[in-house]
Design a binder for this molecule. Structure first.
Ligand code: NCD
Length: 326
């Protein structure tokens, strides 16, 4: 959504935090300030307590969300739908665009323009980097990215950061270790950018071909983050406060031999966890394939299912804020 197509879109800094989300697209974590993050996390805490107390409210009654997914999803799709419904709103689910006019050759701008006539907010997952910016340009209603190819996944980045706060009480001064497919993992890209707003020591663990893109690494270093790279998680697990594990993104490989060579590079096992700090958080955006052994699930430091639940509270907060009702 562009300022000239809708005056509700807020440009620049607004004194009131809610005002800075109202009518706004969410396409990259780069758009957030620390105050924005604190605001969304405070509202998410309220959403959590609301759901625990009464389950649902009618804050967004009469509002409609279009959930437009060009790629597979379980958590993001379902948690946006649940978030909208717990706030009293409803959804238009387009999951599997093969059943929509996209399969007739309709362009993204036209699809988005159409949905903007019916819905008050559009959540978009798309395989191309930058697709959410394109959609936002053509939509008269706010667009929230649910992941654009190997680019970003801003709402996942928010829920990941919120989980670090929830698990460890702080973000500053932590040793955060990211493991796996750092090249293609869009959740890694969003979370790393968010972490660069804090005083964090970042360790990147991946095989050589799955390193974080050089440009993004430079961006983090320029923002003042301490960044080091290694290919062995065993060497760094004992000093990590957060271990953020990711799936090797099979769908992003052109050469399946290359995928086969790196697919099982890492597995977090109970034996490995025995060397980790007593107070730390083991995270994963999910879905997992083989990166975390099932025997780790009962470890109190295994935070990935709590992390997943946090996603609904974050998305409730974002929907309420974007629709001006937080
Ligand atoms: C992630 C994604 O789609 O980028 N999933 C999610 O939204 N939680 C991670 C992944 O698919 O590996």
């Amino acid at each position: 959504m562009t300022p000239d197509t809708n005056v509700r879109k807020t440009v620049g800094l607004a004194a009131d935090r809610q005002q800075s989300f109202y009518g706004r697209d969410i396409v990259s974590v780069r758009q957030f300030t620390r105050d924005d993050l604190n605001y969304i996390f405070t509202v998410s805490d309220e959403m959590r307590s609301l759901v625990h107390r009464v389950g649902a409210t009618d804050l967004l009654k009469g509002h409609i969300l279009a959930n437009l997914f060009y790629e597979p999803s379980t958590r993001t799709f379902a948690s946006f739908a649940a978030a909208m419904q717990r706030l009293g709103g409803s959804t238009i689910p387009i999951h599997g665009v093969q059943y929509s006019s996209v399969s007739k050759g309709e362009s993204l701008p036209d699809t988005v323009r159409s949905l903007a006539c019916y819905a008050d907010v559009i959540v978009l997952r798309h395989p191309e980097v930058g697709a959410s910016e394109v959609a936002a340009r053509y939509s008269s209603k706010p667009v929230i990215s649910a992941g654009d190819g190997v680019g970003e996944h801003p709402t996942q980045g928010l829920l990941d950061l919120y989980t670090i706060y929830a698990e460890l009480g702080t973000v500053d001064e932590l040793n955060v270790t990211m493991v796996g497919d750092l090249r293609n993992g869009r959740t890694v890209h969003s979370l790393a950018r968010l972490l660069s707003m804090y005083r964090v020591n970042l360790t990147l663990v991946s095989p050589a071909i799955l390193r974080l893109p050089a440009q993004l690494k430079q961006e983090l270093v320029d923002a003042g983050l301490s960044v080091r790279e290694t290919d062995r998680v065993e060497n760094v697990i004992s000093e990590s406060d957060v271990v953020y594990v990711t799936r090797v993104q099979r769908e992003r490989f052109e050469d399946m031999h290359e995928y086969e060579a790196v697919r099982d590079s890492y597995e977090i096992t109970p034996e490995l966890m025995a060397n980790a700090k007593e107070k730390m958080a083991l995270m994963h955006p999910l879905p997992r394939v083989n990166e975390i052994h099932y025997d780790v699930d009962d470890d109190p430091r295994a935070a990935y299912f709590r992390q997943m639940e946090n996603g609904m509270y974050i998305r409730m907060a974002l929907l309420a804020a974007v629709l001006g009702k937080a």
